[in-house]
Design a protein around this ligand. Structure first.
Ligand code: SF4
Length: 316
């Protein structure tokens, strides 16, 4: 079973160890978990959430916006992105009734808030739609983003650049940079954020992206900078240069994460579910797609995952 590190993987581990097991081990062919339990995990694993849906649509259309060969009008981007969001919500309200849509090239996903009939499910969908509208408006019409794109003229732009060729202690480091802009001796990394300003800088993510630019694109240390664009507030933060200090903090965090993942890896491969402790924190569990298999939470009758009648596992 491949040892693959990514930022989303470490976030899952930080949130809940049991969720980490379900996300990254339980449904793997080589995992020793009993097959009926694998099927239960699989049945809810593909669910998404309203905010995640808005974020993924934003990123998809940001990519189109950055592609100079397409030159798509902002009004078309906004309308098509919102239609895509609305269609996904429509499916999530009645996944069984609209099961034919699962044959589409990009099949829609069930959404956790609607499949579990959360009391604020419809509100969560409406809030996510509002966030998407605000972010698209900042992306397509905001002066801060326009200035940033102007700054990047003369750079070769690589939207959604996949990390590759990075390895640490047998773990392949994966991930995706929203925009990598390159020119001789310089790399700029842009990270689109759906929401508002966050003040805490993320040394780990910046270090990893910087490492990629240095290693694969031969940009010297000091020539790499990253900046987040908080589209919810129409704010582009100042570029943060990857200095030696920042790189050592980031690398230390990466080592610590990998050490912990390595400790858990063999248990994950064996399918030892009970080793991965559930966090049992309301704030996290209340939005978790695995509630049905972890806490026996009921799913709506129209969810395609309702066949699961589920014993609560040992250690829950
Ligand atoms: S329901 Fe809670 S404890 Fe179970 S996997 Fe999800 S977050 Fe973890």
């Amino acid at each position: 079973m491949r040892r693959a590190y990514s930022y989303s993987r470490r976030s899952a581990l930080e949130r809940c160890t049991r969720q980490y097991f379900y996300d990254y081990y339980a449904t793997n062919k080589k995992c020793g978990l009993p097959e009926d339990r694998k099927r239960q995990v699989q049945s809810v694993k593909s669910m998404s959430g309203c905010a995640l849906l808005a974020g993924s649509i934003l990123h998809r259309f940001a990519r189109l916006h950055m592609d100079p060969s397409r030159n798509l009008p902002p009004s078309w981007i906004t309308q098509t992105a919102l239609r895509s969001f609305d269609n996904a919500i429509e499916f999530a309200r009645d996944p069984r009734g609209r099961a034919h849509r699962l044959q589409e090239r990009f099949p829609p996903e069930e959404l956790v808030e609607l499949s579990y009939e959360d009391l604020d499910g419809e509100d969560a969908a409406a809030r996510a739609r509002q966030k998407l509208i605000r972010a698209l408006s900042a992306l397509l019409e905001g002066s801060a983003v326009a200035e940033l794109l102007c700054d990047l003229s003369g750079f070769a732009i690589h939207p959604e650049k996949r990390l590759s060729k990075l390895k640490l202690a047998d773990w392949c480091i994966g991930g995706q940079i929203d925009v990598l802009a390159l020119r001789e001796g310089e790399a700029r990394i842009i990270d689109w954020k759906l929401g508002g300003v966050e003040h805490e800088a993320d040394s780990l993510q910046l270090y990893t992206y910087g490492w990629f630019a240095e290693n694969v694109h031969h940009v010297p240390r000091g020539g790499v900078s990253g900046q987040r664009v908080f589209l919810g507030d129409n704010v582009v933060e100042e570029p943060q240069v990857v200095t030696d200090d920042l790189a050592s903090v980031g690398r230390a965090r990466l080592f610590q994460d990998i050490e912990l993942m390595e400790e858990l890896h063999e248990y994950g491969r064996q399918g030892r579910e009970e080793v991965f402790r559930p966090c049992n924190q309301d704030g996290i569990c209340n939005r978790c797609k695995y509630r049905a298999i972890c806490h026996d939470a009921p799913l709506r009758a129209c969810s395609n995952a309702t066949f699961v009648s589920l014993p609560v596992p040992q250690g829950a």
